[in-house]
Design a protein around this ligand. Structure first.
Ligand SMILES: Cc1cc2nc3c(=O)[nH]c(=O)nc-3n(C[C@H](O)[C@H](O)[C@H](O)COP(=O)(O)OP(=O)(O)OC[C@H]3O[C@@H](n4cnc5c(N)ncnc54)[C@H](O)[C@@H]3O)c2cc1C
Length: 398
């Protein structure tokens, strides 16, 4: 059994999709998740048209689409004036061009679909309360150790344990994510509470000097997801609601009135410091491999971190299934297939973050003038490399 058992550390989107793909291909899979329950934080997520065909390969696309909202546009607005900077049309013509829609979905709904699908596959076992401390490569198998003293054996281990991955530390050495100095506050409110003068059916990003807001509707447009991100010297500190509120009011003082209305709606109980990682090679060592954020965490400017994790899941599982037991070779092929695409997402996201979302003064004028000159077709062409999707290098693909 050990020879056919694959251990996956982390039951996030990447880990669950990999488990599903491998389980459907007949492998025995154990997903080790540190949390007491498999679940997701209760906010929204955007998925580009490159992601939907990957979800179709593991048989969940229909359920995901049924739980999603399909926006007709992804807008970028100037945070000070409210004027449109650019728009990615995500209408019927977009869906035809890319063969799939742009979707937004509640993370909890996506997670539940994946967990249910995993539970329906006999070979997939979901282990909660399993905080992994490391792995031992024994040459012909691996042993994964957990905080509560368990030693779990398998043929290989996949590190899908996110931006602060333990498995990454063991493969690549200790390195913290790079702090960006930005933090995020996320909130969902009933759609009736959203400001009336803004496009409620679309994905909208308001970009300004040192801050932005992203919003979109979820669950048949009954609720409204708001993410406010801004630069602050206190990014590494834990404050209280009142100190966060004062900071937000200062930061967004000159922002468009609709943005200030949204700031007033934010739940300030929790904030997320935003970390980044530069691209790095060396995702595997012997019988252990990294995927998703553990391998190539990215800023969320292109809204593609989870998208890349889902693509990884399909491609990695196809290569494992096809490798005839030569796992190190499959892992090397996986990295060579995925490095450039995921590194481009990381690098473009960093560029957008610095020179597109958070610009001020002259840079804003240049941005606005450049974008004003671009047609719908120009905008799509710039996104073709991403939205036209990844090639699955072997036949089965999970
Ligand atoms: C504000 C914000 C907005 C975003 N918006 C989008 C978006 O719109 N679209 C998009 O595609 N991406 C978006 N992302 C990025 C996306 O959330 C991540 O890229 C994605 O969740 C990565 O998936 P993953 O499975 O690799 O890792 P994770 O989702 O981080 O999952 C890792 C899992 O491993 C578990 N784990 C960690 N350590 C251990 C351990 N030692 N033992 C056992 N379990 C462990 C964790 O509990 C977790 O369940 C956004 C990110 C942020 C911060």
């Amino acid at each position: 059994m050990r020879d056919r058992t694959i251990l996956i550390v982390g039951g996030g989107i990447g880990g669950l999709c990999t488990a599903l793909a491998l389980g459907q291909a007949g492998w025995n899979v154990r997903v080790l998740e540190q949390a007491p329950q498999f679940g997701a934080i209760g906010y929204g997520i955007q998925l580009g048209p490159n992601v939907v065909p990957m979800l179709a390969r593991i048989g969940v696309a229909e359920r995901v689409l049924a739980a999603s909202v399909l926006p007709g546009n992804v807008w970028m607005l100037d945070a000070l004036t409210g004027q449109a900077v650019t728009c990615v049309r995500t209408d019927e013509a977009f869906r035809e061009r890319y063969g799939a829609p742009y979707i937004v979905i509640h993370r909890v709904d996506l997670h539940n679909i994946l967990v249910d699908a995993c539970r329906a596959v006999p070979g997939v076992h979901l282990d909660e309360d399993a905080a992994v401390t490391g792995f031992e490569d024994q040459g012909d198998h691996v042993v994964v150790t957990t905080q509560d003293g368990r030693r779990i054996e398998g043929a290989i281990v996949i590190g899908a344990d996110g931006i602060r991955s333990r498995i990454r530390t063991q493969i690549l050495g200790t390195s913290e994510p790079v702090p960006t100095g930005y933090v995020a506050h996320r909130t969902i409110v009933p759609i009736e509470k959203a400001p009336k003068q803004i496009p409620l059916d679309d994905v909208v990003l308001w970009g300004g000097p040192g801050f932005h807001i992203v919003h979109y509707p979820l669950r048949s447009s009954t609720i409204f997801n708001i993410v406010a991100v801004f630069q602050t010297e206190t990014f590494a500190q834990k404050g209280d609601v009142e100190s966060y509120r004062a900071e937000l009011q200062r930061t967004y003082a000159n922002a468009h009135p609709a943005m200030r209305e949204m700031i007033a709606l934010l739940d300030l109980e929790r904030r997320w410091p935003i970390g980044d990682r530069p691209p790095q090679r060396g995702w595997s060592k012997g019988r252990a491999v990294l995927m998703g954020d553990a391998a190539h965490a990215t800023l969320q400017s292109l809204a593609q971190g989870a998208g890349m994790a889902i693509e990884d899941a399909i491609i990695l599982s196809a290569l494992i299934d096809d490798c005839g037991g030569d796992y190190p070779a499959a892992f090397r092929t996986f990295e060579s297939e995925r490095l450039v695409r995921t590194a481009r997402v990381q690098m473009e996201s960093r560029f957008l973050w610095e020179h597109f979302y958070h610009t001020g003064d002259v840079e804003t004028q240049v941005r606005n003038a450049t974008e004003a000159a671009r047609s719908v077709e120009d905008v799509w062409e710039c996104l073709d490399w991403l939205y036209k999707g990844a090639v699955v290098p072997v036949g089965k693909g999970g």
